[in-house]
Every structure is written in C-alpha cells, then in structure tokens.
Design a protein around this ligand. Structure first.
Ligand code: HEM
Length: 90
C-alpha cells in the first residue's frame, strides 16, 4: 500500500547517525534515506559513506560521484522528505 512520506526536519535527521543503536539516515536532494542496510555494499566503504550520516549529504555525494543513480539504488531505503524545522505553535 502507498504510504505518505514521513516529514523529516533537520533535528530528527541529526539523531540518525548510526550510533547508539539507531540506523543511519542521510538526506540527498531533499529525500531522506536509511543508509544502514546499504552500507555494507558501498563501493567506497562504510566509513566514507558514514561521513554523510545524520546530515544532508547532497554536497559530499555530488563531489565524489554525481553520476551514481542513488534514487534507484536506494528506492527501498527511502524514509521520507527533508523539511524545514517546524516553528513552535502557540
Ligand atoms: C563509490 C554509491 C554516498 C564516497 C561509490 C560507488 C557507488 C556509490 C555506486 C561506485 C561508483 C563508481 O565506481 O563509479 C553511493 C550511494 C551513496 C553514496 C548510493 C548514498 C547513500 C557516498 C558518500 C561519500 C561516498 C556520502 C563520501 C563522503 C565514495 C567514494 C567512492 C564511492 C570515495 C570511491 C570508491 C573507489 O572507487 O575507490 N559510491 N555512495 N559515497 N563513494 Fe559512494
């Protein structure tokens, strides 16, 4: 079944570093991926991939391999959309 996208603000992304028992998430071009299941297959190695963990890796990714078709490769790892931090209601 089609599920709505999870909306992920930077504060939520920041906690997903792959440490403390949590999966590693990385944003690329506005989409947030769980990179933990993919990590062992990354041709550049786990530590290199994890430089983008818990943050927006768009720039890092583009500096190293802009030709890589991450959208297809990570389709099953899509978590949601990176959104602005909500401002407190009151
Ligand atoms: C290589 C995928 C994120 C660093 C590769 C290659 C693929 C890939 C397919 C082989 C490319 C080729 O030979 O043409 C991905 C995916 C990423 C990701 C799907 C997103 C989740 C990153 C990040 C970094 C990085 C964030 C670094 C900050 C590297 C490096 C190589 C590499 C250094 C070169 C390895 C070598 O040829 O020795 N990656 N990558 N990657 N990746 Fe990534």
């Amino acid at each position: 079944r089609e599920m709505p996208y999870l909306r992920v603000p930077p504060s939520m992304l920041k906690r997903q570093t792959g440490r403390k028992g949590k999966d590693a998430w990385m944003a690329i071009n506005g989409k947030v991926y769980n990179i933990t299941p993919y990590a062992q297959f990354h041709p550049g190695g786990v530590p290199e991939l994890m430089r983008g963990a818990g943050r927006d890796g768009t720039k890092l990714f583009g500096e190293v391999h802009p030709w890589v078709n991450y959208e297809t490769m990570l389709a099953a790892c899509l978590i949601g959309l990176l959104v602005d931090e909500p401002v407190g209601d009151s």
